[in-house]
Design a protein around this ligand. Structure first.
Ligand SMILES: Cc1cc2nc3c(=O)[nH]c(=O)nc-3n(C[C@H](O)[C@H](O)[C@H](O)COP(=O)(O)O)c2cc1C
Length: 372
């Protein structure tokens, strides 16, 4: 039976059929936006730029890519946060944005090892900003030549890693263990996962029903290939269905914001389906919620996702119940009592399973992050 999505696709397809331009528009992919994934084999003399062009491919919240980089001297770089790229409604204390610096740093360290450099990382060298990030550096990085350093084999997975938001099939027995990484808990316990799915579905539904939180996402949606190429960040909606329905005015930012619209309802149903599809899960708990712990959680998450990419396992974070705004309080309490009954802060939670591959997500080029 055709899903409602396919019906809409059929409708959009019918409306634009018959013109070459319409077909081109419907089939168009955001190719410019993924160029940073394809440039990795071109030679780069400065090992810092080589590591950093890998680091910008890191998973990060809402794909905001808030990393500002100042190259310092001949061997260092200072990272600061582009404060305008934070997510104040759903991430009021910049916890997740900070995790996205941890993922960035881990990819930089892995890539640096390929050129024989150990990445020395000094997190928050001028102190930990609380309760929100400020203009002080998030980290100071130094490339130290170290001929004895082994090359990290996860480097080859950097360009393969994706966040995959499809419905998942179960993993073959034993495959989940491929994601094992210090600090990361893995589970395929059916009873726990069923309880977890009830929390994650309730939390994503709660987010969509909280206007300020939902609008934070809607305002960052990039609808169709032309928008994604022009603004390669945020939440990308792409593919023939989106192109066709946006062409006929069904998928618009106004419709996605309106709980009475078909676009909103289909979007919510799609999220409920995927947020409830948890054949396996991974989570990262830290004993405290310091900025250093958030960076460490991001580093561990990056490594687990690279292991997943290498093993052909799809991964998708489900962060809503971990978020610290009032509408999430009950979900936050439930997810912590389920996953961290002995205390601590659950910093990352993701589902894992098998799914068809997806295209890489958009990225700004490295130059867009470099401060001169
Ligand atoms: C701290 C953090 C939280 C995230 N939370 C979610 C989430 O709740 N839902 C989701 O679909 N993706 C989530 N993501 C994934 C990002 O949206 C994704 O990394 C980004 O869009 C870039 O895509 P990529 O991972 O395919 O490169 C999260 C990523 C990080 C680092």
């Amino acid at each position: 039976m055709a899903s409602r999505r396919q019906v809409i696709l059929g409708l959009g397809g019918a409306l634009v059929a018959g013109t070459a331009a319409g077909t081109w528009r419907v089939m168009r992919q955001p190719d410019n936006a993924i160029a940073p994934w394809q440039a990795l084999s071109q030679p780069v003399a400065d090992p810092r730029l080589d590591a950093l062009r890998h680091a910008i491919l890191a998973p990060n919240p809402h794909n905001r890519q808030p990393w500002l980089i100042r190259l310092d001297g001949s061997d260092s770089a200072v990272l600061t946060c582009d404060l305008a790229k934070r997510l104040p409604e759903t991430d009021p204390f910049d916890r997740q944005i900070t995790i996205g610096f941890g993922t960035f740093i881990e990819l930089a360290a892995i890539a640096a090892s390929q050129r024989g450099y150990r990445l020395e990382v000094e997190p928050f060298p001028e102190g930990e900003p609380q309760p929100r990030l400020d203009h002080r550096p998030v980290a100071r990085l130094r490339w130290v030549a170290d001929p004895a350093l082994p090359r990290d084999p996860l480097a080859a997975a950097i360009a393969l890693r994706r966040t995959n938001r499809q419905v998942y099939a179960s993993l073959p027995p034993g495959r989940l263990a491929a994601l094992a990484e210090p600090g990361v808990t893995l589970s395929d316990d059916a009873e726990l996962l069923a309880r977890l799915a009830r929390i994650t579905v309730a939390a994503i539904t709660g987010e969509m029903e909280t206007p300020a939180a939902h609008m934070e996402s809607v305002n960052l949606m990039r609808i169709g290939a032309a928008e994604i190429d022009a603004m390669p960040d945020g939440i990308a909606l792409s593919g023939p269905m989106i192109e066709a329905t946006s062409l006929v005015g069904l998928t618009t930012r106004a419709a996605l914001a309106d709980p009475a619209s078909t676009a909103y309802r289909l979007g919510l149903e799609d999220l409920q389906r995927t947020y409830g599809s948890i054949p396996a899960a991974l989570w990262i708990t830290t004993p405290d919620n310091s900025r250093a712990s958030q960076i460490a959680a991001g580093r561990a998450y990056a490594r687990a996702t690279l292991r997943a990419a290498r093993a052909g396992v799809a991964v998708h974070p489900l962060s809503q119940s971990l978020q610290e705004y009032p509408a999430m309080a009950a979900h936050f309490a439930q997810v912590h009592s389920l996953l961290a009954p002995d205390g601590g802060q659950v910093q990352m939670l993701a589902r894992a399973g098998l799914a068809a591959p997806v295209r890489p997500a958009a990225r700004y080029p490295l130059e867009a992050h470099l401060l001169t």
